[in-house]
Design a protein around this ligand. Sequence first.
Ligand code: ADP
Ligand code: MG
Length: 698
Amino acid sequence: MLSRLSSIAARRAPARFASLAAYEDYGSTVFKGDVADAYLKKQGSSAELLNDPTWTEHSADIVAAAILDWAVDNGADSYCHWFQPMAASGVRHGLTGQVQNKMIEFDRVTNKIKFDFKGKDLIRGETDGSSFPNGGLRATHTAGGYLAHDTSSPIFLRGDIVHIPSAFVSYYGTALDEKTPLLRSNEALNTQGLRLLKALGYEPKELVANIGLEQEIFLIPREQYLRRMDLQMTGRTIMGKDAPRGQEMCDHYMAAMSTAQPALEAMQEMQQECWKMGIPLKTRHREVAPGQYEFAPLFGTNTTQIDQNIMVMQVIEEVAAKHGLAALLQEKPFANINGSGKHNNWSIGTTDGINILNPEQLSKASGNDNAFAVVMSAIISAIDTHGDLMRMSIATPGNDFRLGACEAPPAITSTYLGDDMTNYLEAFKDGKTGAYSPGTKNMQMGTRYVRPISIPAEDRNRTSPFPYGGARFEFRAVGSAQNTSMVNTVLNTMTAQKFKHFADAIEAGADPIKVAQDALNDSWKVIFNGDNYDEANQEMLTKNGLWRIDSAVEANHKMVDPKNIALFEEMKVLQADECHARENVLHDHYTGTVEMEALCMIDMINQHVIPSCKDAEVGPVSDLATSVDTLKAAVAAIHAAETPYEAATLARVLRLETMVDIREFCDAAEGVVPADLWTLPTYKEMLFLDQTDASYVM
Ligand code: ADP
Ligand code: MG
């Protein structure tokens, strides 16, 4: 009896978050820093070795021995090359590919086994390149695909598996994954950025892109999720009447995390799992829509941060299930309430910690008060020239429901700089050069008891797709389910190209200030500090010639625009055949998503909506029956399309027009069928954990 009581007491003990003891596992399962150092020292080396990527050529056996030792100490005896096939968002669990191999040698004669893991096992792997989306780059008879360790992202352990972050290419070296182009774009940014900075009198060793990825999700009762075919198959509700309560009171946003329902405990466990792998998930809170939550990490270098974000998404889905919840990562799981995004905060830094998007840091490090204005001019010019590619990089099926609505910035690419920075650059462009120092403002609250505080001179603009927010840009329109590699590939590549063009001109004798002024004059129109949600402003921006691409399918087609192929080729990020393949993959992903949604709709109408209406003898039964025929015909037309582009174009109409209309019949039926005869979980049952969850027993 006593032991039972004490075990209940132990279970109920509050998490030890008030002391660092809770973090004793932080980073214990990632092979870097002190952890790697201890094991590499036993092999006569040190963690220093990992800083130079050439270790894979001369010291792979040493690292492999250390990793095997570390893995076994942690109860792991398998490894995988962990890679990121194209078009994984939305359906593929974990967004990655992996084959789990034992680090064991089996002796056929003696039947004895021993641990075995060599350098050659670690640094490369081989797989079937034809069975992943490849846009025509691979076929079953030309299937070779190769995996090679990406040394810019640390090896980590989860469960019994050592995960080796890897790039994935074809037998001819064409990129078959999300990561390879990103790595190439990092090279371009580094090379061209160093050239430009050198021309401005500053010579750091290396440049990296730093990003911070905020992740929004929905958490709903698993019981209901398991009764919704559409959520299970496609991640979003294809039908469902609005609940009587939505966001009218803004009551969910940042409300207390209730201890009476499972979301808090689930999020704590998600954080703890991530901490072990050295993923610094710092922030958690409730988001705007009912049932919506967010995590934000501390930022880091882009490949590491993206790998970590992908693992965060996997952990979220798995841990949610343990708490009786289902996590929805999709951009628009529910109609008429906010969808989910993934803000991609982006800056460029030197490896010794100078952020070149921070005006004061750059002025001080370079000794050149105009260096910051030159860098900003290049980025502004890049947004103006390549806003279409920024739009392409966020053109996911789910985002088609968000961009343009008042929840994610519209599909018009502008940048918000704030009045202070805009005034500074305007003066710079017109001849008044010199350093920018961000202003601060003293804020008075009107009471003695709350003392004045100092705040930035800049307000925040949450309607801009790409605001500058003091030392970083925040790409706010990114979708929650995305692997953000292409987003960052585009940001790096377009910036690298402008850095290159600036450096070319300055090295040929042009005045850097004049180069920057000309670029600003050409591209001034992309700076917009007003309300991007306002339709009159949207019209004005469109008239001014900003990139505006409302359709995700048209945006994806920009992948093969001659301007963009030229950009990717010039920066050695993608060749023309890789661009064409990628476009096809994007279209197929869009079409595949819509087809699954349409087929779900057919089944749900036939198996749920029509039978419920018939039982209740109410509802638009004949309209529903006709709708099923319409859906079937539309799917057949998509199958008959000649090209992936054409199929995706038809799919978009099916999804955003035909299915939206048909949904109205379904939702009308839901409104009139008696509750006990309605067989699908309702929005009310899915979205309000605080009010409806009965499954949670402490
Ligand atoms: P906000 O409310 O501004 O979106 P959050 O704290 O939710 O703020 O998220 C900000 C994200 O931006 C975090 O992941 C943070 O680490 C990241 N971040 C902050 N500074 C930089 C920077 N210089 N470069 C890249 N990311 C940054
Ligand atoms: Mg943010």
